[in-house]
Design a protein around this ligand. Sequence first.
Ligand SMILES: [Zn+2]
Length: 658
Amino acid sequence: MYSTAQQNQLIKDAKAFIQHSTSVDSLTAINILKEIINFADWTYYVNDNPIFADAEYDALFKLLKDTEQKYPEWITIDSPTQRIAKGLTEDFKTVSHLVPMLSLENSYDAADLQDWDRKCKELSGLPTIEYCVEPKYDGAGISLIYEKDILERGSTRGDIVQGDDITTNTKQIRSIPLGAKLSRFNIQQIEIRGEVMLTKKAFRQYNEKLIAENLSPLANPRNAASGSLRIKNASEVAKRGLDAFLYHISNISIDPQKPFPTEFQTHFGSLKALESLGFKTPLSTIRVHATIEEVIQTCMEYEANRDQMPYEIDGMVIKVNDIALQDVLGQTSHHPRWAIAYKFKARQGSSKLLQIEYQVGRTGSVTPVAKIEPVYIDGVTISSISLFNEEVIREKNLKIGDTILVERAGDVIPYIVKSFPELRTGAENEIVFPTKCPVCGEGLYKPESEAVWRCTHINCEAQRIERIIHFASKDAMDIRGLGDALVRKLYEKKWIHGIADIYKLPFEQLKGMEGWGEKSMTNLKEAIEKSKTQPLHRILFGLGIRYVGETTAKALARSIAHINDLFSTSIDALKNIEDVGEKVAVSIQEFFSHQDTKLLLEQLQDAGVCLQNTQKNEVVAGALLGKTFFIYRYFTNEAKRCRSNGRTKRRKITQWRQ
Ligand SMILES: [Zn+2]
């Protein structure tokens, strides 16, 4: 995409802008500035290897925005600033796809695939056919139309012929280029299909945020992606961390004066060409095979390793690589004959709801947990499923004794898909949510706007224990070995009462504890010692301040030099921090107004825990230098000058639903 020399030049230009420019006063300069920001977006969102520090990126972006404000005539539709959404989207218009989106035929085993291979050979009369095998993403389908190198329209899959116009929301997905030099391949107009999704990580973080705000989490990344695409507030879409893979060209119009680009004669070649223009494609995960046996082998391999993928995949898609051959094979009224989906085994099972237990979390939240008849799904036995809050129980219409359908998708936590009221015998019992804390007996409280009931007793034992567990957890201070069971045991023995006691453990006395060897003790000692130098954001997250999840903790840490700064930070100053709204700011200030907090931080400091911000924004420019990249000519306004009014040569490729 970018040659080493180009990258070097862009980095050099960027530094000059950051150091010397307070404003930009020429069209050439603003074009270079746009190129730099497009390059930075590409390194971050497409290549997954950021080169600029956040602060540097922000400075460049601000410079562009300020310049455009001064010279509005220089704003182009593909300027990075045009991703920023203003106001709410009107109702989504219905738009027609250039080519109908057919669905794919499914296959479930090797025999199905061999059958399909035989049919392809019979129809084409060829002895061998080359196939591409690629992951089948579990997200929401989209269609993008680029005209004269500019993204003109984004739409949802909808039904076969029509979808919703979601252009504004599409622009919030940073891995989708607003412009690309398609004219380099003589392309005047192109319709590209792909899948919008959330990585498993982004999904987890998003749910974490919902839970922190006492809202019900989403069941799976697929629902999260399709729901996000149809939000009417585009700036909200931008916050969801959506990503997109583009995997198919459904329609292409070539400049009639010029030849058809040879790159687009095969499926693999066309994706490679798209990637060279800055699009994110599944190229690196695609395998090209000459026999169906190899195809089957690849499908099995991916199925066995699906949990290692950063995205949810629910199968594989096999396509005939040669596009001319695709045309020969054609389609039925339902699906193309030249492609087939291989579906992975379903990760669902039926079970019985035995009873509900109620767990009290570190913030006093009372979470109902379903205890179910153990069910074995894809290598894991599931016997307990969180139901999050009372609403979920109502929504799913659950009763004790119900037959239920359970799904487990990758490392997404298992969930109850539905109950079967039609199978009830009359012996089932209503679920009655408790009115008192199951641990301390205090009455439960729930504000109108929230979904979660809460124990507000400050010294509730359950909360104290959970706070210690949270502090030591992997995403917080990462004290290996100090897990749930050990914390409870230490609490029971009265060796630990609060977070600070972690650093005062009487190891001599611990020696005699049951199932407690010399080795585990040394390891724990080391892990506790190591935690003293954890970065500040981990401590902030570990303290368990309400509404402060990992992301907010990071933003908060970036804005201060020492944790004690937060004792004197005003609500307004807090609200200036990225990710911090009124509710979060109030919660942070309240937390730091407590005498207990002051005491705790003093104790941690005395124990030698580092409460200073030792992480500075570091410039990592140069990390990519020396690697080989495709040669790429910069995207510039030149694209707009390449207009042609001639009749277009149009070649239709059947689209399918993946
Ligand atoms: Zn309680």
